[in-house]
Design a protein around this ligand. Structure first.
Ligand code: GDP
Ligand code: CA
Length: 344
């Protein structure tokens, strides 16, 4: 079975660990978000690709969910002693080596996809990890910064890098728009469209719908390829009980006008046309969206009817990735829903 997964960082990586356990013989291609990428200290940092690579390769800091295990911060301290920041982005000594190797290879002319493959030679993640694009794409967030001098509270409106919004400001300022800068000119990385076209199932893990999956879908050609693939597209909600399980996804959902509910996120992705040759096709059911199926957490069982009414097959199952068994069970539910869609 060929499975394609569109993954962000922590939510995507943890789900993938469960998917590998649930489908050990599957051929899994991960299309990773690179909209979070940032240049720091002259180095190219790809947080989401690295989170997937370290998590599946056994190098992740488990409690934190990102960064290396057994990490130290000597380099960061030395940089700070020179007054060189940013101090708000946590790059550890072991992690630095990854960014040095990546930057060195990029400087030598290798595309990011080739660099990622080289890094994965060491980590052996057990999936094929592809960046969504070899072209530079950086998500920016239009925010209003608080203006301490103004009695009216009317602050300065400006666009800042996603990491500054997310990590430095902890999404604490109002966001008006999320823009994947460079996406409109970007091409999918080699292998991305081919993997989608050959997929038996496409999965949206419980990754951030706006700044992870949404950014991948903003690369021209990827959304179209998924809609045309003829494979069931199944998503898992990152929103449980009307709030993100971790992080601040509610803030970026609000910025794109989507409520923080499992049903609203499903409607945001939209209902796909039924698979070709199926009955609904003639009846004109479904729409211009992407999803054939959507899993919500058991606490959101009340949302199932609303999602189904939107033309998306929906089930309520436990969606908390508390351990490998629970996560593998989620992956099995997603694959079972895909079978149900195919058989319907
Ligand atoms: P990031 O790039 O590190 O932010 O990670 P992703 O975009 O891949 O995933 C972030 C999303 O994962 C957040 O919106 C969380 O709500 C979601 N998430 C994290 N843990 C869980 C979990 O155990 N269950 C579910 N359903 N979602 C989760
Ligand atoms: Ca991310």
């Amino acid at each position: 079975m060929r499975i394609v997964v569109l993954a962000g960082g922590i939510g995507g990586a943890r789900f993938l660990r469960g998917l590998k356990a649930a489908a050990p013989d599957a051929d899994i291609t991960v299309i990773g978000n690179t909209g979070d990428d940032i240049h720091l200290f002259g180095l190219k940092v790809c947080p989401d690709l690295d989170t997937v690579m370290y998590t599946l390769g056994g190098g992740i800091n488990e409690e934190q969910g990102w960064g290396r295990a057994d990490e130290t911060f000597r380099v960061k301290e030395e940089l700070a002693a020179y007054g060189v920041g940013p101090e708000w982005f946590g790059l550890g000594d072991r992690d630095f080596a990854t960014h040095i190797v990546r930057t060195q290879m990029l400087s030598a002319g290798y595309p990011l996809s080739a660099v990622t493959e080289a890094l994965c030679d060491r980590w052996q993640p057990g999936v094929r990890l592809l960046p969504m694009s070899d072209d530079r794409i950086e998500t920016h967030v239009a925010v209003t910064l608080p203006d301490s001098g103004s009695a009216t509270g009317s602050g300065e409106r400006k666009a800042i890098h996603f990491q500054e919004y997310w990590v430095r400001l902890r999404a604490s300022v109002p966001a008006h728009a999320v823009v994947p800068v460079g996406a409109d000119q970007a091409k999918p990385a080699p292998g991305v469209l081919e993997a989608i076209a050959e997929a038996d199932v496409v999965l949206f893990p419980p990754s951030n719908p706006v700044v992870s999956v949404g950014t991948i879908l903003a690369v021209p050609g990827i959304r179209e390829a998924i809609a045309a693939a003829g494979a069931p597209v199944i998503g898992l909600s990152p929103i449980v009980g009307d709030a993100p399980v971790r992080g601040m996804a509610d803030k970026v959902l609000a910025a794109v006008g989507v409520e923080s509910t499992a049903a609203a996120v499903a409607r945001h992705y939209g209902a796909a046309r039924p698979l070709s040759g199926q009955e609904g096709q003639e009846r004109g059911e479904g729409g211009a969206g992407l999803l054939h199926g959507w899993l919500v957490d058991s606490v959101d069982a009340g949302a199932v009817d609303e999602v189904a009414a939107a033309g998306i097959r929906c089930r309520a199952v436990p969606l908390m990735m508390t351990d490998l068994d629970a996560t593998a069970a989620m992956a099995r539910e997603a694959l079972a829903l895909a079978e149900e869609v195919r058989a319907s």
